[in-house]
Write a protein that binds this ligand. Structure first.
Ligand SMILES: *Cc1c(COP(=O)(O)O)cnc(C)c1O
Length: 475
């Protein structure tokens, strides 16, 4: 019998591992099925490693590099069980400087939104109950007035996300009919959402007009026929065309739409209520601007520049919104009470611009003064010097990105803490992996052979935890 078969036979049983003190202790607070699973997976992992060890296969038992003692196995079981017992979805530190990070949950919520979530979710609420009349109410009622006040629109409805908002608006208004869109606006947003596909999925027929770089009002005009149900204008939020380009403004397009008595739907992508140009950011059309310019329906995300929970918002004409609400699919795409709670709290912050800038994390991070970034960078540098040595760390000027397909041309000046581990340290890839798997996980930027921390997305109150996490990754 080859040596590896002996080793396989000598591996402890699952039961034996569960008797080990280190593993047994975990059973006090980790469900048995999780510990059991950890023991089985560890054993399987060892079996595979034994079979793959070429020295073992070639009968050189003495040279095995694997510690096969029961205590070594039980240590791994305990670690894996601990790992499996933790939540899969967890809070982490975003040191990438990308403010709207779709893979990292887009944006953190404001404190008041977090409190609203907690209060409403742990209790019954008046989600669909009117406290005035004592009769059935609407979940939309909690948000509609705020949205109308902030946007200047007549009516509003909140759905699961902006993809749902665009879909439902088209499905309601243009089912089996034509939607006219400029070729320059047939964009793809984040992999699976593409304007042509969403139009088709909504049951409408896409009529493309103009060219990639130029579309004129006359192109829209020529496309109108008895079957035209709407014009759709899409804010190409995630890319920027420069050079010989032109598109038709909301105002002009709205005038043409009115002439033919068809609605103009505008997909704004990011919902912005504040004037970005006031804060050294590139201009971004506000929801109010589109409504003022005559868009009949405007759709936007709740969790991009708005800084709220995942949601899609439609504001606009009362008669159209009312049709959208009556669509059977509105029920399919409706928001739950957690979204309503967090959204109401977020929207209320916009009633006072100063409060919004301070309290809504996305705006706070976008407008954080350079001196604050400098201070955070120095503080972080100070915490990392004892770990990596003075010579391996520097603070340099750099840029942060808005992310989430918003303001693609914005380059936000920041200070970066750049760490170049020496040969005495683990490799950059080892360190980033350990930081990802740490508690809390830390996600950062990589540049060649350096770790790059952007303090823009790291709160003052997270700096210590960040240093601690790096320290742990080095152990
Ligand atoms: C992001 C975006 C969407 C999709 O929004 P979700 O809220 O992620 O569904 C649709 N249209 C535009 C223009 C966008 O930028």
């Amino acid at each position: 019998m080859p040596d590896y078969q002996v080793l396989l036979k000598d591996l402890p049983s699952v039961d034996r591992l569960l008797q080990e003190p280190l593993v047994k202790e975990k059973l006090h607070y980790i469900p048995r099925r999780i510990v059991l699973e950890a023991a089985r997976e560890t054993l399987e992992d060892y079996r595979v490693r034994i079979m793959q060890d070429s020295d073992l296969v070639h009968d050189k038992l003495s040279s095995t590099r694997i510690d096969l003692s029961t205590s070594a196995l039980s240590e791994e079981v305990a670690l894996l069980a601990e790992n499996k017992a933790g939540f899969s979805l967890k809070a982490l530190i975003n040191a990438t400087g990308v403010v709207i990070h779709t893979n990292l949950g887009r944006v953190p919520l404001a404190g008041s939104a977090v409190r609203a979530l907690s209060s409403v979710s742990g209790s019954y609420s008046n989600l669909e109950f009117s406290l005035d009349s004592g009769e059935r109410g609407s979940r939309q009622a909690h948000l509609e007035k705020l949205l109308c006040d902030l946007s200047g629109a007549e009516a509003a409805v909140v759905l699961n996300n902006n993809a749902a908002a665009v879909f439902l608006a088209l499905n309601t208004i243009a089912f089996n009919r034509e939607v006219v869109v400029s070729r320059g606006q047939l964009v793809e947003i984040g992999g699976s959402f593409r304007i042509p596909e969403i139009i088709t999925a909504g049951g409408a027929r896409l009529v493309e007009v103009g060219t990639t770089n130029k579309t004129h009002l006359s192109d829209y005009d020529a496309a109108v026929n008895d079957n035209t149900a709407a014009f759709l204008k899409v804010h190409t939020s995630n890319y920027h065309m420069i050079g010989f380009t032109s598109e038709v403004g909301t105002g002009e397009l709205s005038t043409l739409a009115s002439k033919y008595e068809i609605p103009l739907i505008e997909d704004l992508g990011s919902g912005v209520f504040l004037d970005t140009s006031k804060y050294n950011l590139p201009p971004e059309p506000r929801v109010t601007d589109s409504i003022k310019a005559g868009a009949d329906l405007v759709t936007f995300s709740g969790d991009k520049m708005l800084g709220g929970p995942q949601a899609g918002i439609i504001v606009g004409r009362e008669d159209l919104i009312s049709q959208i609400r009556k669509n059977q699919l509105a029920r399919v795409l409706r928001v739950d009470k957690l979204t309503v709670a967090a959204m109401e709290a977020t929207l209320r912050l916009y009633l006072d611009e100063t409060v919004a800038l301070k309290e809504i994390p996305v705006w706070n991070m976008l407008t954080v003064p350079k001196v604050t970034l400098r201070k955070r960078a120095s503080q972080l540098e100070g915490g990392l010097v004892p770990l990596f040595g003075r010579d391996n760390i520097k603070v340099v000027e750099g840029v942060s990105k808005v992310g989430g397909g918003a303001l693609p041309s914005a380059e936000l000046p920041t200070y970066l803490v750049v760490v170049k581990p020496s040969s005495a340290h683990p490799s950059v890839s080892d360190l980033t992996r350990k930081m990802r798997q740490g508690e809390p996980p830390v996600i950062l930027r990589l540049r060649h052979d350096s770790l790059v921390f952007d303090p823009r997305t790291v709160g003052d109150n997270q700096l210590e935890a960040l240093t601690g996490a790096v320290k742990k990754a080095l152990e």
